[in-house]
Design a protein around this ligand. Structure first.
Ligand code: PGA
Length: 348
């Protein structure tokens, strides 16, 4: 999992667009998995703007969307079909015949799920854009969904319905059910690009990266995927422990500097003639310590931003594993607490 931490929505869009452009440059007839929700809107604006200015073409691109409400007409402003049309497809040169989204108005919803599963299987995404729910859902795979479940009818949680109420005139009009691509189907994408902004996503991001390795946080399944880029603002990254790694690296450096200073002092205090060797050994040790400190810096600070902009990046694949293991007990406890919290808030 690679992380890019950005300052704002504009940077998020620019950073995310780099990933899309990379795919399109490699393959003009790429399959792109699209997501709806407020988070990818700046990316879609950026894609439309780039299409207008630079002529990046989508005419051979095939598009699949993750999910759709049951019982909402594709022409309805609250539908995800309409969202994609208004926010992106009508602004680029994609062929409407190459766009697909589950049909939540299908008479036979199970047959529609089967159709969609088969289509996704036939055209695995070259890149899948994802948002994340405050409860860790990806697409409408709510907590405790079995990853192997293919495209299916999902019962939306109260929290998800409340989070998605803005598109509806009345919160009570948010559908109870949606059709959603399954988790393992999402994981068939060659690359995954997950975007998240805001403090209300911080817990979900933490659970995705460091939480329990079970289905309580559906996004945690992304740990199994070899090519995931996560673009986050500082608020969404707020509970991750990049800061702890940085602090630990700084502390190690300070400790080593103090040890070096002590060794130098001892060397100076000793008899100069007899001390020649000791000083040399201390100098060797000090330079080894320097090298160690330099390595730790790379781990803690991560790779440079590819686009040379201000975003910070960190490839945490190894660190994730270690931290996830070390933090398992604490994470379990925390998760239990969260469960309690979630229960409490749902009851309200
Ligand atoms: P959001 O939704 O981008 O509107 O926050 C993300 C999601 O629920 O997957």
């Amino acid at each position: 999992m690679r992380f890019a931490i950005v300052k704002n929505a504009k940077e998020l869009a620019e950073r995310a667009f780099l990933e899309i452009k990379k795919v399109l440059d490699e393959k003009s007839d790429a399959v792109i998995g699209f997501a709806t929700g407020s988070t990818p809107i700046p990316l879609y604006d950026k894609m439309a703007d780039d299409h207008k200015r630079n002529g990046t073409s989508y005419k051979d691109v095939r598009a699949f969307n993750l999910d759709e409400y049951v019982g909402v007409d594709p022409g309805d402003k609250a539908s995800f079909a309409r969202f994609m049309q208004d926010r992106l497809f009508s602004r680029i040169d994609i062929d409407p015949a190459n766009t697909d989204i589950p049909n939540g108005m299908a008479e036979d919803l199970s047959a529609e799920c089967e159709r969609y599963s088969a289509a996704v299987k036939e055209h695995p995404a070259d890149i899948q854009i994802l948002g994340i729910g405050a409860n860790g859902h990806i697409a409408f795979n709510e907590p405790y969904t079995k990853p192997e479940e293919p495209t299916h009818i999902a019962l939306l949680t109260a929290r998800t319905r409340a989070d998605n109420a803005a598109a509806f005139k009345d919160p009570s009009l948010v559908p109870q059910y949606a059709l959603t691509m399954g988790i393992d189907e999402i994981l068939t994408a060659k690359r995954i690009l997950l975007l998240a902004m805001g403090e209300n996503k911080a817990q979900a991001i933490y659970d995705m990266v460091m939480g329990r390795d079970d289905t309580s946080c559906p996004a945690a399944a992304l740990r199994r995927h070899p090519d995931v880029t996560v673009v986050l603002d500082r608020e969404a990254a707020g509970l991750l422990t990049f800061g702890e790694w940085e602090r630990a690296a700084e502390e190690r450096e300070a400790r080593q500097a103090a040890e070096r200073a002590e060794e130098e002092l001892e060397a100076n205090e000793s008899d100069e003639a007899a001390d020649g060797e000791t000083a040399e050994a201390a100098a060797d040790e000090a330079s080894e310590a320097d090298e160690d400190a330099a390595e730790e810096d790379v781990d803690a600070d991560g790779a440079e931003s590819e686009d040379g902009e201000d975003g910070e990046e960190a490839d945490t694949s190894e660190a994730d594993d270690d931290e996830a293991e070390n933090g398992e007990d604490a994470a379990d406890e925390e998760a239990d607490e969260q469960d309690d919290d979630a229960d409490a808030s749902e009851e309200k």
